[in-house]
Design a binder for this molecule. Sequence first.
Ligand code: ZN
Ligand code: ZN
Length: 271
Amino acid sequence: MPRAPILADAHMHTSRCGHAVGEAREYALASIAAGLAEITFTDHQPFLRGRDPGLTMAAEELPRYVEEVLALKDELAGKIRIKLGLEADYLPELVPETRAALSTVPWDLVLGGVHFIGAWGFDDPRQLEEWESRDVSDVYRAYFADLRAAAKTGLFDVMPHPDLVKKFGHRPSYVLQEEYSKTAQVFAETKVAVEVNTAGLRKPIAEIYPHIEFLRALKRFEVPVSVGADSHDPKDVGRDFELARELLKRAGYTHTVVYEKRKISDELPLR
Ligand SMILES: [Zn+2]
Ligand SMILES: [Zn+2]
């Protein structure tokens, strides 16, 4: 069996979200084949208001998602460690509702995705046109402010793809160094970790999230990191982890972390 360059992939979806292919079992089997020792399923949290079948499963489906992952965890226990996670959304107007919804399941890991600025899903390819009518620098400022506010809610363990705003290649006209430092400081104070996410390589920006300078700022504040490929197709599990390892080393990281029952349960050395 090949040995993956980083042994844990802590961000993957399933077809339940409506914009991914493959069932949980296929992701697990592909992960074993890729030499991963541990995976965390982090399908998108059902919307608390309304429904978009192209973005998340329906609320009624959540118990089946949980059952499915826990059954796979038992079945494949000798072959791979499987954790139960969720990618929640940060929506400032729904913080109490989000807190209540997250408390109903014993998650191993909750990711705090910032995918919306106001009502605009800025990373949704179906809403790409909205970028034309926005000032890119203002969008970046709003995004980083939301990211810090999300960490401060205490709702989330790990902030995934922490500079997702760059996804389509829009660049602000101001230097981001201060946003990076301010945000890293807030992450350290609020004790969230950050995710190095290789999916950006497969998007127009063609870069890992976060940018190396952001990662260096995070390292200065000793913010822990986890790693995820953010797979929406089983073939992508553990993808480009050799590049993630290289980036982490360049930023000065020596370990990544994994979560269990919403606490850091292990540190994995970067080989
Ligand atoms: Zn998704
Ligand atoms: Zn996401």
